[in-house]
Design a protein around this ligand. Sequence first.
Ligand SMILES: *Cc1c(COP(=O)(O)O)cnc(C)c1O
Length: 360
Amino acid sequence: MTDLHDARLTIDLDAVAANFAALKARAGDQELAPAVKADAYGLGAARVADRLWAEGARSFYVARLAEGVALRAALGDRAAAIYVLDGATPGAGDALEGADLIPVLNSLPQIEAWNAQARSGRLKAALHLDTGMNRLGLRPEELKVLLGATDRLKRLDLDLVISHLACADVPDHPMNARQRERFAEAVALLPDARKSFANSAGLFLGEAYRFDQARPGISLYGGGPEGRPHPEIRAVATVEAPILQVRVVPRGETVGYGATWTAPETTRIAIVGAGYADGVPRASPPNGEVWFDGARRPMRGRISMDLMAIDVTDCDAARPGAMVELLGPNLPVDDAAAAANATAYELLTHIAPRARRIYR
Ligand SMILES: *Cc1c(COP(=O)(O)O)cnc(C)c1O
């Protein structure tokens, strides 16, 4: 049984489409290949990819093999290119090939494994070059090794070469230009492959960062490119939860576990039916806020598993059943994240499955 007044997550697919269009305007001639890893940052990869396909997206990125298999099934006979960022991990070959997934090959052993997987036929592949992040991808000296022994690639259609920016959310960070130069140098050695470089934030760094394809994630889902709200990016996720009870806390009494907050004056407190099990970061107070009855209201005391307290002194509308906005058009995900010392990425991916999902 679903209580109509339980915490709910509303996903605005029109906003996803609007953000796709806004990023497209930033992309020049580049293809936009949405990152729908981690279930489209917690918002539902099948529904999001379905909508983005309708908006013209033809390539998608997932992180894990299982995400790729699920996305292929969800897209049915729509011939999308699905890139798997983990690459050709040990034992994944048959499943990758079976679901027509393109691994982003991250190391010389992965290249060998995928080339061996091709046996007599040919397989599509993407190649990840590391340009300074030191996470996944071939180092420049490994690319030299590869190019000195191209039979390692002989059964592969090298479709795309990618690299990933470490500091794109800080536009004047010197890493950006350094990585861009390294990428340009490396791809000059692979003239036949298409090139993919920018993430969401990279799309805001200007024309020098344009290649053939960009891979936006967070800004499709409402996060600004610099970790704060951006006028071109619309909110996608709205999280609401009901007030369960309103109480008056006399001056000098405390609220919640650990008695961390003491009422400086007599205070009206609304207890809201959402807690860290619903994805509310435990670190949200003392800076955390919710939106209720036309204004931001501060959180008080610690977040519990299922409950939290907000200050509704001077607010007559607070009563059981009234819904409070924890995240959404009035409370941007970047602001809620900043209050909790977290990122929009963490907040979105932590919205727990307990919340009812509604698509609009
Ligand atoms: C997650 C990811 C992206 C998308 O990044 P955003 O910052 O969410 O736009 C792009 N490329 C790679 C390699 C990624 O891991």
